[in-house]
Design a protein. Structure first.
Length: 119
């Protein structure tokens, strides 16, 4: 799992592209491997001067390496800001970082789930 993803990212890095689009790069990886993958490879990508766009569900990991983050919900941007700005928003902390008073997703109907702060 993790070795294959790291190898694939290394191969792409050798091509020296100006933009990297990473869709769930840590899916199915153990937390320690996911953190290593994001921190090391994204650091290398950024040092190469490339822009990096990451779609990821591990909010904590992405905030640790991003300059700016966007939270999407229902096909719309629900929140945006720097990691410091987002971390200062109680609704973001509770919904995505599991902070104090974190509210769980609650079902509205058997087919619908609403995340706190998503409207």
């Amino acid at each position: 799992g993790g070795e294959r993803k790291m190898l694939a990212m290394g191969r792409v890095l050798m091509l020296d592209p100006g933009l990297f689009l990473l869709d769930e790069p840590t899916a199915n990886l153990a937390p320690m491997v996911a953190t290593a993958l994001l921190t090391e490879h994204v650091r290398q990508l950024a040092e190469s001067g490339a822009a990096v766009l990451i779609v990821e569900q591990r909010a904590k990991a992405v905030l640790a390496i991003s300059d700016r983050s966007y939270v999407l919900g229902g096909g719309e941007v629900r929140m945006e800001g720097t990691p410091a700005e987002l971390s200062g928003r109680p609704d973001f902390v509770e919904s995505f970082l599991g902070g104090r008073g974190a509210a769980a997703a609650r079902p509205e109907t058997p087919d619908e789930v609403r995340l706190p702060g998503s409207g």
